[in-house]
Design a protein around this ligand. Sequence first.
Ligand code: ADP
Ligand code: MG
Length: 233
Amino acid sequence: MSNHVFELSEVNKRVLQNINLTVNQGGRVMVFGPSGSGKSTLLHLFNRLEDPDSGEIKYQGQPIEDYNIPKLRKDVGLVLQQPYLFSETVIDNLKYGPKMFNEWDEAFVDELLDYVNLPKAYLDKPVEDLSGGEKQRVSLARTLANKPKVLLLDEPTSALDDQNIESIEEDLLKLMDAWQLTIIMVTHNLKQAMRLGTKGIYLESGKIVETGKLPNLIEHPQTDSLKNFTANQ
Ligand code: ADP
Ligand code: MG
């Protein structure tokens, strides 16, 4: 049995050209590259927010389109740069995903809040009353409430201050260890990529220009493109 969670073969989608890549079980994959290089498009392919124009994507050894979409998105959760919440209370947001599958487990709340460093007293707060950093942590907890196997993150800390960035990074490191969570994260912060990642993918104009282990990939780029990119960050 292969330990590949995802396998992309010759995938094309708009800007993305001939993408071949594998993501291992428990992998910590960081995707970076210039704006417009196709990072978000790539991320969206993993939970079928977008489908390839051509090529093949396998999830756990099966063609991704064989999975039921709500089930796939429960397994493969997405966290965006801007917190994605309903204008109700924190607990309403946490319950939403699991309730769709009749899997809401009251006992899981404490663990969830613990992971994202929020006190229990926050459960009944309306989300409008939270700070930006707190909203992003609730967003993360909302996705985690589904007990995903894979977490997709699209620049989740870009709108946050240093203290909140550190807090979210700590949450992610704890989770990756405790849940053997596979993460695929887009970040423009190369230091963050080295703190969190084990594998890096450098995209430019829709192509994977360089890929390799972190931090080595960023510290010792082989291509002129990645050398230029790292020098200008
Ligand atoms: P990145 O996240 O690296 O900044 P994106 O994946 O968002 O890049 O976008 C890659 C390219 O595809 C850009 O040129 C962008 O304008 C284009 N693009 C993204 N989404 C769409 C869409 N829904 N329809 C048409 N073009 C799009
Ligand atoms: Mg993007």
